[in-house]
Design a protein around this ligand. Sequence first.
Ligand SMILES: Nc1ncnc2c1ncn2[C@@H]1O[C@H](COP(=O)(O)OP(=O)(O)O)[C@@H](O)[C@H]1O
Ligand SMILES: O=COP(=O)(O)O
Ligand SMILES: [Mg+2]
Length: 555
Amino acid sequence: MTDLEIAQKAQMLPIKEVAKKLNISEDDLDPYGKYKAKLPLLLINPEKMKNSKLVLVTAITPTPAGEGKTTVSIGLTEGLNKIGKKAIAVLREPSLGPVFGIKGGAAGGGYSQVVPMEDINLHFTGDFSAIEKANNLLSAVIDNNIQSKTHSIGIDPRTVVWKRVMDMNDRALRHIVVGLGGSTHGIPREDGFNITPASEIMAILCLSENFSDLKRRIGNIYVGKKFDGTPVFARDLKVVGAMALLLKEAIKPNLVQTLENNPAILHGGPFASIAQGTNTVLATKMGLSLGDYVVTEAGFGADLGAEKFLNIKCVSAGLAPDAVVVVATIRALRHHGGAKKEEYNTPDLQKVKLGIANLEKHIENVQHFGLKAVVAINYFPHDSEEEIAYVKEVCAKKGVEAVVSKGFSEGGKGTEELARAVVAIAESGESHFAPLYSHEASIEDKITTIATKIYGTNKVNYSSKALSQLKQINKLGFDKLPVCIVKTPKSLSDDEKKLARPTDFEVTVREFEFASGAGFVIPILGDTVRMPGLPSVPAAEGMDIDDEGIISGLS
Ligand SMILES: Nc1ncnc2c1ncn2[C@@H]1O[C@H](COP(=O)(O)OP(=O)(O)O)[C@@H](O)[C@H]1O
Ligand SMILES: O=COP(=O)(O)O
Ligand SMILES: [Mg+2]
């Protein structure tokens, strides 16, 4: 059966029954139909959080299909509940970009999924729509102010860096001109769209602790400059309140369930390559308040999602993982060893031996943060015993246990061994989280620290545009902010062709984007863009809905 068919056969509990497992009363629940609900922020309890364990799930450098972080996160949650822990999966909300593009949804797979999968992968509870409206309200107000004869604050249209967003892979919107059509239709200027997960409003939602924090961050959004050279922030346009009220519901985390009816809290966006790619602080703290274990994920490999989860989100929110799961697949190790796509499912110990260096590097990356890791070998049918034994042997030499995870094919039954290994680490007290850099370091030093320690580069180069933007960053006082690096997820380097563990390479910062509202600076490496494009044959071509409303083709 496909992921969708398994999800459509799920025996879901009414969401109020799932909430009851977390001692949430019906009065506190804000149902969105029978199987989804919003959770009020009053459920966050710092006292209760203290005794809960936080497990971060990351991965090796993935193939384009993904190596199963979300699937393993859900499967591990099932397994932890099976061994008696009150575990909650805390995941990100899917973006329609990959849903209609290549990768598909982000509700897990096989017998490790969150449901209702169709709702979650499509409009869910409207959070992305709210984020888009708040983002684009600011864009509309900026252009309205530029146009105004009576209330203009003197914004120089050539300096506006705030972009519009839409949650779709649409390359045609990357570089556009707005305000065409003559004097009553606006002032022409260059603009562009990013995909909604890359919106700074998404990042603000992911890091905010409450409404006043949300509004403070929105107010600090850098828009551009006035003709006199002074900076313009969102607060100067007087719509911070309006933008915040659009997020009235989106700020609340969403409760759904796993196939085995265990609780899952979904909140915040993906894309750790072009954005932060972690879920929200509020959802993580909500999970730690309501359960004993939170299993949470950060996008792509440990060089992206985990690095940002640790250096940005954990530092901002005062969180610290008790254990880290590094998801590896034999097929991805074959890929890093030179296997072509059609060879991914062909056992080849030699290729695994060539590709294993990628896993070793990601284990080292987790250890750079003072954290204890366990490797989850996300089992695929063509994995050979000798390949698995080899991976376990290499991990053991690095002091890390590797456990086969069969959550995709067996649900919680297939992850009990992994669950026990995670509990052993989480309750050992052997993880001592420390971020990689101090916020007092210069922007260049922060980038160099990440690029050398986590990517393995020898040198960071800067384009002339990036060098001039560095001066602007220092002048604006953004140099004390953390960095959220944008780069390809297909390689530890900024060149997607460099697989396994690239050595003796340099990376180049092409330009910067500013997220002074969210509270970080965005160095963009290589040729990565923040509005993806559709593939020549979009997944959308295989989708349909029948007269009874039954969906097909969603993955
Ligand atoms: N063990 C497995 N066997 C077969 N398919 C899997 C397995 N694990 C994950 N998948 C599939 O691979 C895709 C990516 O899984 P996902 O959990 O979304 O990865 P990630 O979160 O790392 O991107 C999904 O379509 C999922 O159904
Ligand atoms: O940000 C990307 O998330 P996945 O790796 O789960 O697709
Ligand atoms: Mg995922």
